[in-house]
Design a protein around this ligand. Structure first.
Ligand code: ADP
Ligand code: MG
Length: 690
């Protein structure tokens, strides 16, 4: 039998069980080797009853002293066992007459379960148990007992016996060692077979704490190889892009420098550097795939505008996609203003557009008279047919998974090849995480803010002091500044969401009768939102009450005070995004985080991070540590790879070595690289051929 045989080749696996195992993504014998235990139980030693500790899961044995049913709301079976040191109660809520009869005083029972404090001393609820005779050895095991991820209808015992079979097969035919010796030796890693064996059947002296935290060298060995496989597949994708055709955009250098010199400000050094990265990419006859990382307010939009202008002067169409209508409208306004002197008029496309206008937009896009198209996701829906799309810009993409990237690659492809792509993040991503998630993209970082910006000063204030905060809004607005008051999004319900914002709006209009207060929430029609936003931008509204719809991108430089309600409920990166709405002008800006006491430990740390730093990269790093990568990258939503073993929050620090090793392996043996990708990702065609 081969390790890549189907599971039905194993003893005891029929089609029905194979189907259930398929739900755990187990299809081949080999897959079982990579199904690692979630935790381990120590059944290697019998613990004396007198030495039990609350919370521990352990194996005990004792003489049955008493078995009785009592009525405590429902029938309970209580069995008392004891050894020379002490006594313990076993409690069963569900039991058969036959089970009850098994517990004969004088017999012995060996049990495994969690120790709790009961009404009369320690007890175990529904322990696993076995009836034994006096003097009969209560057999222990000689390795820690693995507990596997469960699936419906497959018992732990079954998974253990299947992995036993798979491990035996592995001894006979170990999986190929794909990591070069030079790498495993340098990093002091065990061989693949040793690591797998150890993790499935750890010896009694294994460091359980280390294994539970996922930092055991054997776990790190597997995590490393998995990260390597994903990295290699993304690198392949990048290599593939370099062989594809795109329209080389080489003309129009004077127009671009003319535009830059007419701007009301001078580009920062970082902006200039990123612009030149982009311009040299665009001049290549292969599609650009570039990610711009920059903190909130670092000036990503104007960089995008330069790229746009370059494309337009070279005679191709550019599409700019923003995640929300508010933001897309804002871009429409900025780009219209910037490009008006050049005679370029952006075309608008959104889902909520009236049919006649939409038809008009679609016609100009297909006919080619639309040079610059701005909109939301509607840009890439069915029925949008570009005449000659040369550049796609995706702004403030907070969550941009590999599948979305793959899907976008194909949009707008034509006989001229693929369009160039520029992606701008809404949230800085820690360097190691970016290595893992975006290895198929080239990255530029705008690591400098426009001059004259003062860091936003941030305070956390309990809700009980709300009236002081309202007072603060009043005095700030009295001096001509503007303020945001943000209510948290209530994910489950647009209605509740609206109610929360409406209640704050009412409270604030009553408390501040002299102020012009506006309200924006998710249930409004896009035109209404846009009207509210415009009024705020033009200063007609002084205080804008909003839900987190204004989270990304909104730019109103005169706003200098940000109040965030229920800040304890929001993630760090989101809070940093919201705070980034202020501090965009010359005035000193403030952010007040209103919270409900008492704060949990993580919430406390989050608020402290924001108080202590304005640097988005530091905030992102802390967010990664506190909440894991899912929140930063949106693993679930966008289908970023679900790792089997690696955990980016825990293992991101492996990435620099992963990167170095990947480059070395690629250089030395493409077939080796391909085998690594195949082992972990299956059919490599998903991310392009190796
Ligand atoms: P973000 O990177 O968050 O998208 P924006 O592109 O919205 O930032 O820019 C924030 C603000 O800074 C805008 O009002 C923009 O006009 C302004 N800005 C951009 N670059 C500069 C610069 N080099 N000097 C001064 N202000 C700038
Ligand atoms: Mg922006």
């Amino acid at each position: 039998m081969q390790s890549d045989s189907p599971l039905t080749a194993l003893k005891g696996v029929g089609p029905a069980l194979a189907k259930k195992l398929g739900k755990l993504n187990l299809n081949r014998v080999d897959d079982l080797l990579f199904l690692l235990p979630l935790r381990y139980e120590d059944r290697t030693q019998l613990i004396e009853v007198g030495a039990l500790e609350v919370g521990a899961r352990c194996l005990v044995s004792g003489e049955i002293l008493l078995a009785e049913t009592v009525f405590r709301g429902r029938r309970n079976l209580l069995v008392r066992i004891g050894d020379s040191s002490s006594q313990l109660t076993l409690r069963f809520f569900h039991f058969s007459r036959q089970q009850q009869a098994q517990f004969q005083p004088g017999s012995h029972a060996t049990c495994f379960g969690e120790v709790r404090r009961g009404q009369s001393g320690f007890e175990m609820i529904h322990p696993e148990y076995r009836i034994t005779q006096e003097g009969q050895d209560a057999a222990t095991t000689d390795s820690l007992t693995p507990i596997y991820p469960a699936t419906e209808g497959v018992q732990q015992g079954r998974l253990r016996s299947l992995t036993d079979q798979a491990l035996r097969l592995m001894q006979a035919a170990p999986p190929e060692e794909l990591l070069p010796r030079a790498i495993t030796e340098k990093l002091g890693m065990p061989s693949l077979a040793d690591a797998i064996n150890y993790l499935h059947r750890p010896p009694p002296d294994a460091d359980i704490q280390q294994m539970l935290s996922g930092t055991h060298p054997c776990q790190q060995r597997l995590a490393f190889e998995e990260l390597l496989a994903h990295y290699l597949s993304l690198r392949n994708l990048r290599a593939l892009t370099a062989t594809e055709d795109a329209i080389a955009l080489t003309d129009g250098n004077e127009d671009v420098s003319g535009f830059v010199s007419e701007l009301p400000f001078k580009l920062t050094g970082a902006q200039n550097r990123v612009v030149s990265d982009i311009l040299s990419d665009l001049a290549e006859p292969h599609p650009m795939m570039r990610l711009i990382q920059g903190d909130v307010g670092s000036g990503k939009t104007v960089v995008a505008a330069v790229a746009c202008l370059k494309a337009i002067t070279c005679g191709v169409q550019t599409a700019i996609m923003a995640p929300t209508e508010i933001l897309a409208e804002q871009h429409l306004r900025s780009f219209s203003d910037w490009f008006r002197p050049l005679g370029i008029t952006p075309v608008w496309l959104s889902g909520s557009q009236r049919a006649a206008l939409r038809r008009e937009s679609l016609q100009s896009i297909a006919g080619g008279s639309a040079q610059l198209i701005i909109g939301t996701h509607a840009l890439f829906q069915e029925g949008v047919d570009f005449h000659r799309l040369g550049l796609v810009i995706i702004d403030e993409q907070h969550r941009f998974g590999v599948h979305q990237r793959m899907a976008l690659r194909d949009k707008g492809s034509s006989k001229n090849g693929r369009p160039h792509q520029l992606v701008m993040t809404a949230t800085p991503i820690p360097r190691t995480l970016a290595m893992a998630a975006y290895a198929d993209l080239d990255t530029s970082v705008i690591n400098e803010l426009p001059p004259g910006r003062q860091p936003v000063s941030t305070v956390a204030v309990p809700e009980t002091r709300r009236s002081q905060v309202v007072e603060r809004v009043r005095s700030a607005c009295a001096t001509g500044q503007q303020a945001y008051w943000v209510c948290p999004l209530i994910e489950e319900s647009e209605v509740l969401d609206y109610q929360a914002a409406a209640a704050s709006y009412q409270m604030l209009t009553e408390a501040l009768p002299k102020l012009r207060v506006g309200l924006i929430h998710g249930r409004m029609r896009p035109v209404e939102k846009e009207r509210g936003m415009r009024a705020f931008k033009e200063g007609l509204i002084q205080l804008l009450v909003a839900t987190t719809v204004i989270e990304v991108g909104v730019d109103v430089p005169n706003a200098s005070l940000m109040i965030i309600e229920n800040a304890e409920r929001m993630g760090l990166s989101q809070l940093h995004q919201l705070r980034g709405r202020v501090g965009r002008g010359a005035a000193q800006s403030h952010c007040v985080l209103l919270y409900k006491s008492p704060l949990g430990q993580i919430a406390k740390e989050r608020l402290a991070v924001l108080r202590d730093t304005n640097d988005g990269f530091i905030v992102a790093q802390r967010d990664l540590e506190l909440r894991g990568p899912g929140e930063l990258l949106g693993t679930k939503q966008t289908g970023l790879p679900d790792y089997r073993i690696a955990d980016l929050a825990r293992d991101a620090d492996l990435m620099p070595q992963v990167q170095i090793s990947a480059e070395a392996i690629r250089k030395k043996s493409e077939s080796r690289a391909a085998a690594i990708v195949r082992r972990w990702l299956g059919d490599a065609s998903r991310y392009g051929k190796v």
